[in-house]
Design a protein around this ligand. Sequence first.
Ligand code: DX5
Ligand code: ZN
Length: 234
Amino acid sequence: MNGGFQVSDRICDVDIMVRLSPSILSANLFRLHEEVQQAIDSGIDMLHIDVMDGHFVPNISFGLPLVKWLRKETNIELDVHLMISDPDRYAPEFARAGADIVTVHVEATDHLDRVLQSIREEGASPSVTLNPATSLNTLEWVLHKVDMVLIMSVNPGFGGQSFIPSSLKRIEDLAGMMNRVGVSVPIEVDGGIGPDTIGPVVKAGAEVIVAGSAVFSANNRDIKGNIKKILDEI
Ligand code: DX5
Ligand code: ZN
């Protein structure tokens, strides 16, 4: 993962590299090209694609064809979040479709280790995530096998939900756990992030920030302006 927005932590006085990964779940799909292009022109270098199957989560969204088209038409890093049952079957296919990062839920498979390995074998970066009520201990034996860990700060399934405040402690606890076991991969956070919540999540230790409705449906189509408003609050 390259690029990012370098910001200074005003309290600790250190430079942190924060990456914004806008979620196209909230984009105007009729104008997807225009909206994604505005986001790319703003300097973002990851795009978050929420894949939902109507089974693991109560919503249906995008699938393989969208990932293939985005891969064909853009160079942006594709950050694919699988909210699907049976990721064992589909995760390698998303990697082959052009995803750079494929994130799998611990709750969705009995064979987490195997599915993460299959993503790497297909040349993509494996990443793992968990619902807000799932114990962080479920990550312990895969932390050294992933390139990123995603903390869900809403219950997965929909854009536009409110940030769950206990997610801040989960980010801190995860950072502590990674420290203890000697793993240093970025922590991503997803759900309810906007100008009001980005500051605390970055301070807690998140480096990759997903923002859907705050970027693509902030009551305007000014994607660039919305991205700037979020980054200005770090
Ligand atoms: C929720 C998805 C999120 C969603 C975030 O299940 O995983 O990526 O798009 O949307 P906001 O930023 O609106 O909470
Ligand atoms: Zn997501």
